[in-house]
Design a protein around this ligand. Structure first.
Ligand code: DGY
Length: 312
């Protein structure tokens, strides 16, 4: 048996799988869609990254494919319906990155409120000449309202952190989750009442561009938006306009609409923190994600069972 792995991940997958009779063809982490479509021919499985587009062209080239193991919890890069039609399992890496990603969301929230990245640039430029009453003023977090857009595992983990900061928590999502101290509201209420909005929803055709200039205009002028989910939940040009015209106060952004391309307009703004899609980026979590991918490959190719993290 053979699999394609589009990038090294933090486990020696070649040795681990070769002892089970599975050969791994290793990509360099920068494979184009065309290269993946070519290399997937004759492979029984693939371990891929969220940057790899596994669409109909790729899936149709993989006539022998039995499993697509995505090294991520989100799987909007994969045509899961076509995979299902072809009886190919699609798996992700749930649970292990929940707290890690929530930590990053909360770091961006605090750093945006207190302008940490700006302050660092300020000091390095030599602009700090001693304590002043009006220097680098940010805004408080305690007692403020946090609106969570998408109240799944990660959204709820962000809420847990916010409770420790005495925040009021409101959320939108598919349903009322009946969680103590968290109030289910409609989208307009979330926009109107939140001081901070954290995006933790998955990306699909319904959620794409949930935040455009229309929504920014309905938010408080003092509002701060945090996105550690998927870039295309926000229309980036509109975010740039909202920040530039101070329609909202600040943004903490880890994910981009046209990743890895970063909107030039965002790059030129001071009131935004830009991170390189690093929600799950800790040594421990990235290793656990790798273990889940290997487990899923083994379940399907060796044990011939439906893997526990199957999403289709
Ligand atoms: C995921 O796993 O989907 C995250 O975006 C990684 O940071």
């Amino acid at each position: 048996m053979k699999i394609l792995q589009t990038s090294p991940i933090p486990l020696d997958t070649k040795s681990l799988l070769s002892s089970l009779g599975i050969e791994v063809e290793m990509g360099n982490g920068m494979m184009t869609k065309e290269e993946i479509a070519e290399s997937i021919k004759g492979k029984d499985g693939i371990i891929c990254l969220l940057r790899d587009k596994i669409d109909a062209d790729v899936i149709n080239s993989g006539a022998d494919l039995k499993i697509i193991a995505n090294y991520a919890v989100g799987y909007d890069n994969i045509d899961i319906n076509l995979a299902k039609e072809k009886s190919i399992f699609v798996t992700n890496t749930p649970n292990v990155l929940t707290d890690t990603t929530a930590d990053l969301a909360f770091s961006l929230l605090l750093s945006s409120a207190r302008r940490i990245a700006e302050a660092d640039r300020y000091v390095r430029r030599g602009d700090f000449h001693g304590w002043k009453p009006d220097e680098m003023l940010g805004c408080d977090v305690n007692g403020k309202t946090l609106g969570i857009f998408g109240f799944g595992r990660i959204g709820q983990a962000v809420a847990m952190r916010a409770k420790g900061f005495s925040m009021r928590i409101i959320y939108t999502g598919s349903e009322d989750k009946n969680i103590e101290g968290c109030e289910f509201v409609d989208f307009e209420t979330l926009l109107r009442e939140s001081d901070f909005i954290s995006l933790n929803a998955s990306l699909n055709e319904k959620s794409r561009h949930s935040f455009t200039i229309r929504e920014f205009l309905r938010m408080k002028r003092s509002a701060i938006i945090i996105n550690t989910a998927r870039g295309a939940l926000i229309k980036e040009d509109d975010l740039a306009e909202a920040l530039e015209k101070r329609i909202i106060r600040y943004a903490g952004i880890d994910v981009y609409e046209f990743e890895p391309k970063i909107n030039e307009k965002l790059l030129n703004l001071e009131n935004i923190i830009l991170a390189p899609h690093m929600g799950s980026a800790t040594e421990e979590t990235r290793k656990r994600m790798a273990e889940i991918c290997i487990e899923s490959i083994k379940e399907v190719l060796i044990n011939k069972r439906r893997p526990s993290s199957c999403v289709n």
